[in-house]
Design a protein around this ligand. Structure first.
Ligand SMILES: Cc1cc2nc3c(=O)[nH]c(=O)nc-3n(C[C@H](O)[C@H](O)[C@H](O)COP(=O)(O)O)c2cc1C
Length: 220
């Protein structure tokens, strides 16, 4: 599969959350997903346990069912915000933060309406359940699936594919597990990654908070 002419730094700096520029009409070849997964599996796992699993969903029926769960999760999330039980960056007041928040909201709404149309959904999973684990064990569990997932997304971007990290279906993780045959009692789902070719391949570097506000040399 051909790669975009991106330097490693460009790849790292321009792998964005793609929502509005997903090409729903172009099929994604099984081989390209396979290549991205081969690279994902080069990521580390605690104790080299490799206790990860990746569910690749292409069937329309399954994608529609997961899309419904994602929308239900989104509605639940909004309810939590409205009821004050969850706070988000809506509390941002600086004009550029507000503008950025609005842009993400519009883009998120588009994905919400269309997520079932992506040709491929990836559900990265890890053996064991994090529920009730002490934070040291949770760090080991999440840390054994999130690097691989990000590697998949980078490998996808290098091949002209767009992805977006999403987690909202996890409010109804058990229902998603039932649809996909995932053994919920023993396996935790980490995300739902929509995958499609992008409309155009030029993506910008993101604007982030200044490094000096988040980096602590020697001491916090
Ligand atoms: C842990 C995590 C969960 C996220 N969940 C969602 C989600 O459920 N839906 C969504 O549209 N975007 C989701 N995002 C994407 C973020 O909104 C996005 O990364 C952020 O706006 C920055 O944009 P960028 O990735 O293009 O730089 C998630 C990102 C992360 C890291």
């Amino acid at each position: 599969m051909s790669l975009l002419p991106l330097t490693p730094d460009e790849l790292l700096a321009t792998t964005r959350s793609i929502r509005k520029r997903l090409d729903f009409s172009r099929p994604v070849e099984r081989e390209v997903i396979q290549e991205c997964l081969e690279l994902a599996a080069q990521a580390p796992t605690g104790g080299n346990n490799q206790n990860w699993h990746f569910v690749v969903v292409t069937s329309q029926r399954q994608r529609e069912a997961l899309g419904d769960i994602y929308r239900k999760g989104f509605a639940h999330y909004q309810q939590l915000i409205l009821s004050g039980r969850l706070t988000t960056s809506t509390s941002a007041t600086a004009p550029e933060q507000v503008a950025s928040y609005r842009k993400v909201r519009r883009s998120s709404q588009y994905l919400l309406d269309n997520i079932h149309r992506v040709p491929v959904m990836l559900i990265p999973c890890i053996y064991d359940r994090v529920d009730g684990q002490p934070s040291v064990e949770q760090a080991g569990t999440w840390g054994s699936i999130l690097p691989a997932t990000w590697s998949f997304m980078l490998a996808a971007r290098a091949r002209g594919l767009g992805t977006c990290w999403t987690t909202l279906h996890l409010y109804y993780e058990r229902q998603a597990a039932a649809i996909l045959g995932i053994p919920y009692e023993r396996v935790t789902q980490a995300a739902l990654i929509p995958v499609a070719y992008t409309l155009g391949t030029d993506f910008k570097r993101a604007s982030r908070v200044p490094l000096q506000s988040i980096v602590h040399w020697e001491q916090w």
